[in-house]
Design a protein around this ligand. Structure first.
Ligand code: ADP
Length: 320
């Protein structure tokens, strides 16, 4: 059974870990077929739907020259509260400042009467979550390829004082060359003063670091992304997240108790097991740095493919 993947976004309840929101889903009207940025006389034609997230819908759009992008649409009716506006502005401010080959590039942002639009680099090959569903699990060379790019993106964010706080397979997209593009900065936080700690409980249950849930007095920082990277590595090679279980409370209990194991029936190398164990260290101060992670034997002693063929969507590539 799949545990809920609903992001527990922004639940501020010190002492009691967040439960997924029970959204009464109302489908907002579709954005216009031709989306116009009046200020710059730019227009995009909506050509398809890409997906739906917590509070946005994402469409594939085409500009006048035929160039395709993803367009994230947030209805203004969902921005009535000051808090909702502040969150969207934070997402835009953080995302548009980041430029890295493994981060979805932020192109443009504008509005009309009904909606706020963000145009983003289009990721043709969906998310790692979609791909895992088809493949069930990845080979270790593939995991090394995806992880190196993910860690590069994460290192870049951290050196720019940004914590992503929602790294998970569903937020890791693949471009047409199967390169990693980290997206969805909806929960990202900017660390404005050195040593500053964040207190908002947020993330997605399977990927939340223990200090977010259980050390609300001290708060959390960059190491929460490192934890998620450990969960992601496990999930890539095993095929399901380490703390996954039937209900969210039980997931949190397993995170608190650091309770996970590698399935006996699947051949997962000792190097992966050791690296996951190192990363999933409960004390954030004792967790390895991103540099230490890429220096681990898992990366040093195995093949890192130069690229992943698109055939990998359906079958494991042979990297020998
Ligand atoms: P939210 O912030 O509301 O959770 P996301 O940014 O996660 O929204 O986007 C929701 C869905 O839209 C994703 O799961 C994915 O299917 C699709 N999507 C988002 N960004 C892109 C992109 N740049 N290229 C292709 N598809 C995308």
């Amino acid at each position: 059974a799949q545990a809920p993947q609903v992001p527990a976004k922004d639940v501020k309840q010190p002492g009691s870990p967040p439960l997924p929101r029970q959204n009464a889903k109302v489908t907002p009207p579709s954005p216009p077929k031709v989306i116009v940025d009046k200020n710059r006389t730019v227009q995009y034609v909506r050509v398809g739907m890409l997906g739906e997230g917590g509070f946005a819908r994402v469409y594939e759009v085409k500009d006048r020259a035929g160039a395709r992008s993803a367009c994230k649409v947030v209805t203004k009716s969902s921005l009535k509260t000051k808090k909702a506006k502040t969150k969207l502005y934070a997402e835009i401010k953080i995302h548009r400042a980041l430029q890295h080959p493994n981060i979805v590039s932020f192109q443009d942002c504008f509005e009309d009467e009904e909606n706020v639009y963000m145009t983003l680099e289009l990721c043709h090959n969906g998310s790692l979550m979609d791909m895992l569903r088809r493949r069930r699990r990845f080979t270790e060379p593939e995991a090394r390829f995806f992880m190196v790019q993910l860690i590069g993106a994460c290192h870049y964010m951290h050196t720019h004082q940004v914590i992503h706080r929602d790294l998970k397979l569903g937020n890791i997209f693949l471009d047409s060359h199967m390169n990693v593009k980290v997206g969805d900065f909806g929960l990202a936080a900017l660390i404005e003063n050195p040593g500053e700690r964040k207190k908002t409980i947020c993330g997605t249950p399977n990927y939340i670091a223990p200090e977010v849930l259980f050390d609300t007095a001290n708060g959390h920082s960059f190491e929460v992304d490192t934890w998620s990277i450990g969960v992601i590595l496990y999930t890539l090679v095993v095929g399901r997240p380490p703390f996954q279980t039937k209900d969210v409370k039980a997931i949190y209990k397993r995170i608190r108790d650091n309770e996970y194991e590698f399935p006996a029936d699947r051949a997962v190398s000792d190097e992966v097991q050791e690296l996951v164990q190192l990363i999933l260290t409960p004390n954030p101060q004792e967790r390895p740095t991103l540099h230490q992670i890429v220096d681990h034997d898992f990366f040093a002693n195995g093949i890192i493919p130069g690229y992943i063929p698109t055939s990998a969507h359906d079958a494991p590539p042979d990297f020998r």
